[in-house]
Design a protein around this ligand. Structure first.
Ligand code: CA2
Length: 146
């Protein structure tokens, strides 16, 4: 089983500012934390500050991965191109956020991708990525059995 984990704009800054909101881990540490929970699953990690590169990575994932976990950063709240890419890709996609977006500014309460994703995890910090990957694995196993 192969899963792609995508992080969007500004998530390369993790660990440098706002630890009270986004936690202490750098992106490298976050990726290592997620990886150490899954030794039997192939995980690939991609981060970009550019919407088009993220969309390209979703298109390319169709050939090479079984599913995607994505934290699209602020693209979550307004990117219809990202939404279209997720809807068009035949893979299950789980949306993840480090912070509890439902408890923050009103623009963050809006996600234009949630309804084209298979699930959303929000507010559990780095552990949310582990929950998202585990949820995706369970979903993939269930659909294989059907
Ligand atoms: O809670 C999340 O994971 C977010 O997706 C993070 C995005 C934010 O725009 C979403 O509303 C919620 C932003 C990531 C910004 O990352 C920073 C990291 C360190 C310092 C400043 C920003």
């Amino acid at each position: 089983m192969k899963i792609l984990i995508i992080n969007g704009p500004n998530l390369n800054l993790l660990g440098q500012r706002k630890p009270e909101v986004y936690g202490q881990y750098t992106l490298k540490e976050l990726n290592a934390f997620v990886r150490e929970h899954f030794n039997k699953i192939e995980l690939d990690f991609f981060q970009s500050n550019h919407e088009g590169e993220i969309i390209d990575s979703i298109h390319n994932a169709m050939e090479n991965f079984d599913g995607i976990v994505i934290n699209p950063g602020a693209l979550t709240h307004y990117s219809y191109s990202l939404r279209d890419a997720i809807e068009a890709c035949a893979l299950p996609v789980i949306e993840v956020h480090l912070s509890n977006v439902a408890a923050r500014e009103s623009f963050r309460k809006i996600s234009v991708i949630s309804d084209v994703c298979s699930g959303t995890v929000s507010g559990f910090g780095a552990y949310g990525y582990v929950l998202a990957v585990q949820g995706l694995i369970n979903q993939l196993k269930r659909t294989k059995q059907e």
